[in-house]
Design a protein around this ligand. Structure first.
Ligand code: ATP
Length: 302
């Protein structure tokens, strides 16, 4: 394994009975990067993470995490990794404070309690309330603090922001960027493309148990499709705009509005639109599903 890799997975195959969840997964995550792991429901994200932590065992393949074999060194890996499972199971009669203290003791009191309090405050986590009285989002926050509090070398997070409100999602993403800036590696499983785009250095896309592409996030952004809604000031035929490479007209209405799909450099599109009298202009990212569909179509065309 290359020294700079935090994770190296080769040819991972996992069946649950007759269901094949992983069909030859290969991954190489460099130390110090935020690596997004994107895929639709059932693609194999959770299975891959669980194999990497030796919570389940694959039928085939090799795994190296922080240079170690998770099967041979599970306790070393668990001490050096911060893991947030997709489904949290916590001792719910405990308060968040009791649970965090318990985890800290398990890890040899390595966490600085001030840091735990700082993380909790940033997430507006109420420490004195029993976890059973928490909403789903607040339980998620406890899991996030447990994963981050010992400043692990590697964070493995399975859909960390799913139940959080937008402000808290942003705060968690900031925490992950800070962890990366302080030297940690972040492996972030998600089906939310915007959060992966916002912070990941690279993204792997998994589908039906196979990695179909690994890309630098910046290139995914450039490629990713947008929907554009324009309202002109007058009735015009914007032929130059409609003929621009990457533009597909979805709808035109009688009141000077037009909706387009666009894939390409935004700069070119904006400069072309600017040649016309415009009242309003709005863009939205295509959903992950639409981007996946583009990938699938491209694959089928090959
Ligand atoms: P999600 O985003 O929905 O959490 P995922 O990408 O994490 O999905 P996995 O949970 O890894 O996907 O599931 C991969 C495949 O394995 C799916 O077809 C799923 O139904 C199946 N699977 C997962 N766990 C089990 C299990 N314990 N028994 C049988 N099949 C399972």
């Amino acid at each position: 394994m290359h020294d700079s890799n935090a994770i190296q997975v080769k040819d991972l195959v996992k069946f649950y009975g007759k269901v094949q969840a992983l069909n030859g997964v290969n991954l190489e995550v460099k130390r110090g990067e935020i690596y997004g792991f994107l895929g639709p429901n059932g693609a194999g994200k959770t299975t891959t993470i669980r194999c990497m932590l030796d919570l389940i065992r694959p039928q085939r393949g090799s795994i190296s995490v922080l240079g170690l074999n998770p099967k041979a060194d599970p306790e070393v890996i668990k001490a050096r990794v911060g893991y947030l499972p997709g489904e949290l199971h916590m001792d719910e009669n405990m308060t968040a404070k009791q649970l965090l203290r318990f985890f800290n003791r398990l890890r040899g009191n390595r966490s600085d309690w001030k840091f735990i309090e700082e993380l909790s405050e940033r997430l507006k986590l109420e420490l004195k309330i029993p976890i059973k009285n928490f909403s789903k989002g607040n339980k998620q926050k406890v899991g996030i603090v447990v994963a981050l509090m010992h400043r692990p070398e590697l964070l493995m997070l399975d859909e960390p922001t799913g139940s959080l409100d937008p402000l808290m999602q942003q705060e968690v993403l900031r925490m992950l960027v800070e962890a990366r800036d302080n030297g940690a590696t972040v492996f972030l499983s998600s089906h939310i493309i915007s959060e992966v785009q916002a912070i990941a250095d690279r993204v792997a896309i998994i589908r039906e148990g196979k990695i179909i592409e690994v890309v630098e996030t910046s290139s995914l952004l450039k490629r990713s499709m947008r929907k554009v809604h324009i309202r002109f000031q007058e009735h015009i035929e914007a032929e130059e705009l409609y003929n621009l490479p990457g533009v597909e007209v979805i709808a035109k209405d009688a009141s000077m509005g037009v909706s387009l799909k666009f894939e390409g450099e935004m700069d070119t599109l904006i400069k072309t639109i600017a040649k016309y009298p415009v009242n309003d202009f709005e863009t939205e990212h295509a959903s992950l599903e639409e981007i996946f569909l583009t990938y699938y179509e491209e694959q089928e065309d090959n």
